[in-house]
Ligand binder design. Structure first.
Ligand code: CP
Length: 302
């Protein structure tokens, strides 16, 4: 059993092993999905809103044959002050093998490292990391371009507060991609690896353009410009998209604010891989659960 906390904690071999396994799951029919023993439980503890991550984890768990417990921070004893640690220990005592956790506190998982009878899969920690989003972004890029090394990937928008920006910039750089970063000065992030360029240059040079959602929920003050101003200055407008390289693609972790970070017409355009990313999310989470619960730290070579 292993934890999946930060994508950068995994070796290159482990990352590529999970991507291979996810691709393998995408080729299987439902009756070929590997089944867990029917009594095994996995709990989803979401302390922040989620649609894609929560429901694709739940789908992945059910496809693998786990019994799924869904927890709401609003209707559980978290509302009465129970700590995350005690909640996870409670899940362990009930018999869960794993907990999938999304929490607003960056690094929340550090206090859980002693709860070592249960695996923890990080579904997003504040502005920290989003390992399974990073994996599904890698899988989408690999499906499109086969090799990640040498790709130019632009990450544009709220670089400071986006956990996706951090996870993607770190892992793409490590795997040999060239990362271009762009966005408003007030949300810049010196800690991210990559070259700082203008939005226009990033979009024109990239093989893949990842547009980020504005993380309003983590901002201390309201945005200093209107949504329309943001769209014109930092968004993927139709005019900017027309200047993208011929084979380049558009990605977005979701949820999208149509007409803000991206023109609404571009969400389902030919270049967009937005819904493909979401489909890949299920296979990546199946592979992540299998790696965490069944393969330990050994990547499965298909
Ligand atoms: N990309 C992502 O994490 O989406 P959700 O917040 O809907 O899970």
């Amino acid at each position: 059993m292993a934890n999946l906390l930060r994508l950068n904690d995994l070796s290159d071999l482990e990352i590529y092993g999970i991507l291979d396994q996810a691709n393998h799951f995408l080729k299987l029919s439902p009756d070929e999905w590997q089944q867990a023993p029917a009594s095994e439980l996995v709990a989803n503890l979401f302390y922040e809103p989620s649609t894609r991550t929560r429901f694709s984890f739940e789908t992945a768990e059910k496809r693998l044959g786990y019994q799924v417990l869904n927890f709401s921070s609003q209707t559980s004893s978290a509302k009465k002050g129970e700590t995350l640690y005690d909640t996870v220990k409670t899940m362990e005592a009930i018999g869960c093998r794993a907990v999938v956790i999304r929490h607003p506190q960056e690094g929340y998982y550090r206090e859980l490292l002693n709860a070592n009878g249960i695996a923890v899969l990080n579904a997003g920690d504040g502005a920290g990391d989003h390992p399974t989003q990073g994996l599904l972004d890698l899988l989408t890029l690999q499906q499109e371009f086969l090799i990640l090394e040498g790709l130019t990937v632009a990450i544009i928008g709220d670089l400071r507060y986006s956990r996706v920006a951090r996870t993607d910039a770190e892992v793409l750089t490590r795997l040999g991609a060239h990362v271009l970063l762009s966005g408003p000065d007030e949300w810049k992030n010196e800690a991210l690896p990559g070259d700082r360029v203008s939005v226009d240059e990033a979009i024109e040079r990239a093989d893949a353009v990842i547009m980020l959602r504005i993380q309003h929920e983590r901002h201390e003050s309201a945005m200093a410009m209107t949504k329309e101003e943001y769209h014109q200055r930092y968004g993927l407008t139709r005019e900017r998209a027309a200047r993208m390289k011929p084979e380049s693609i558009i990605m977005h972790p979701g949820p999208i604010n149509r007409g803000v970070e991206m023109d609404s017409d571009l969400v389902e355009c030919e270049r967009s891989r937005y819904f493909k990313q979401i489909r890949n999310g299920v296979a990546v989470r199946m592979a992540s659960l299998q790696w965490t619960l069944q393969d330990g730290r050994k990547p499965q070579i298909i």
